[in-house]
Design a protein around this ligand. Structure first.
Ligand code: NDP
Length: 451
């Protein structure tokens, strides 16, 4: 075991040297490699230096960086940078979202693409891993500006994607509106009705029922599975949720359907705590219809809600926590606060929202911790179901998709749980999810030769 640990440590150091100034990518790689020592010890073929499996797995198959010029409503030209990292296609076409946020750079896209490989493998479906986006900030931009940006972005991206090649979807800053503009431009340039080239499309033009809900619903279903193992349920529990975007809204919705009481939501300016529980219809009106801030929710809600400028949503005591905004939003201090308030479970709706120190503290305290690779895989799983519906030119009912989502989340929980047990780390879903995802991709890569 010591030998495989040393090998992995040397590989990690070399990956960091070759990819300087990409801290999020380093963090994602370190987190995976730290859990692989037992599988390297048990399956020496993975560690054979002659096949360089880890070196290949951590090097994207292709990285595309491009200029995105666009004109604002006053006629001024702006230049953003576009990215698509096609990380691994051993299990199927590259699959993963597009993120539009000022913090996006190549390191962020690589971290997200790397995580996506294992997440997609865990779903059991035939999808590889990729990710993309731009440093464009859609907040405060008019619909016409967002449309012009999306058209310019797709004018380059269309060369690289396709239903059998690479299938993007949404992520931060990319929702139904943006997918619509991107799809329109793809169709115009290629003169093809290729519905399977993007997922997250609208109902009525190739979108799947339940896709907007899938990530948030899945994260709650994963938490329910973790609690079930401990003989508990979400019914009657209070919850803290961060974020107020796609994932957060549908996390709140599913929590309410299962009898829990979500008390909070947030954005990058502050958070809201609502003693009566979040009024989801009002929050959707503010966020989805008016594209406003959570402070406006508090103003309109009445005395039960207050808005805290800045501050940490994790300061609100609750039974379960759902980080659903962005990476590294829950740190060691936040974990201590949650543990002190008696939190039972944390389920990551966002990608890598919990820092490594916070994960360690939560696990040491016996909190059930669902890592994003497993807990937020419901979104990409339903995206894969959207691809299946597109290929067959049919649309499934919402009931059928939701049943499939519940089945897939149950299966992901089971494989992460059982793999952790098999490798001597009972209850450690981080280890279980990393190893189970890794084994599936690694076996496919070994079978397919040196690619
Ligand atoms: P949205 O753009 O719909 O919402 C993002 C939310 O997070 C907003 O409330 C936003 O606030 C907040 N946020 C974003 N960046 C920051 C920041 N730097 N600091 C504080 N708050 C921030 O995105 P999604 O809901 O789609 O995505 C949320 C997370 O879930 C991401 O980590 C994403 O990768 C992950 N995810 C999403 C999936 C999907 O299907 N959409 C699938 C799997 C994972 P503000 O408006 O102020 O920026």
């Amino acid at each position: 075991m010591k030998d495989s640990k040393d090998t992995l440590e040397a590989l990690r150091a070399e990956i960091e040297r070759r990819n300087p100034a990409q801290p999020e990518f380093h963090q994602a790689v370190r987190e995976v490699l730290e859990t692989l020592a037992p599988v390297f010890a048990a399956r020496p073929e993975y560690a054979d230096p002659a096949v360089a499996l880890v070196e290949r797995l951590t090097e994207p198959e292709r990285q595309i960086v491009f200029r995105v010029p666009w004109q604002d409503d006053r006629g001024r030209v702006h230049v953003n940078r576009g990215f698509r990292v096609e990380f691994n296609s051993a299990l199927g076409p590259y699959k993963g979202g597009l993120r539009f946020h000022p913090s996006v750079d190549i390191g962020v896209v690589k971290f997200l693409g790397f995580e996506q490989i294992f997440k997609n493998a865990l779903t059991g479906l035939g999808i590889g891993g990729g990710k993309g986006g731009s440093d464009f900030d859609p907040r405060g931009r008019s619909d016409a500006e967002v449309m012009r940006f999306c058209q310019s972005f797709m004018t380059e991206l269309h060369r690289h994607i396709g239903e059998h090649t690479d299938v993007p979807a949404g992520d931060i800053g990319v929702g139904g509106r943006e997918i619509g503009y991107l799809f329109g431009q793809y169709r115009r340039i290629t003169n093809r009705w290729e519905a399977g080239v993007l997922t997250g499309k609208g109902a009525g033009w190739g979108g799947s029922a339940i896709r907007p809900q899938a990530t948030g619903y899945g994260s709650v279903l994963f938490a329910a599975e973790m609690l079930k193992v401990r003989g508990e349920s979400l019914d009657g529990l209070s919850a803290v949720v961060s974020g107020s975007g796609n994932v957060a809204l549908y996390t709140i919705e599913k929590l309410q359907q299962l009898g829990a009481n979500p008390l909070t939501c947030s954005d990058s300016h502050g958070y809201v705590v609502d003693d009566k529980g979040i009024d989801l219809a009002l929050l959707k009106q503010v966020k989805e219809v008016e594209r406003g801030r959570v402070s406006e929710y508090a103003q309109r809600r009445g005395t039960s809600a207050r808005y805290v400028q800045g501050g940490r949503v994790w300061d609100v005591p609750a039974d379960v926590a759902f980080p659903s905004a962005t990476q590294n939003e829950l740190d060691g201090q936040d974990a201590r606060t949650l543990i002190a308030s008696g939190v039972k479970a944390v389920s990551e709706g966002a990608n890598m929202p919990t820092t490594p120190q916070a994960v360690r503290l939560l696990q040491q305290a016996g909190v059930a911790f669902g890592p994003g690779k497993a807990a937020n895989a419901g979104g990409v799983a339903v995206s894969a179901l959207e691809m299946s519906q597109n290929a067959a030119r049919i649309a499934w009912s919402a009931e059928r998709v939701e049943e499939e989502l519940a089945r897939i989340m149950g299966a992901i929980h089971a494989v992460a749980y059982e793999t952790a047990e098999r490798y001597g780390a009972p209850g450690d879903y981080v280890t279980g999810a990393n190893i189970a995802g890794f084994e599936r991709v690694a076996d496919a890569m070994l079978a397919q030769g040196v690619i």
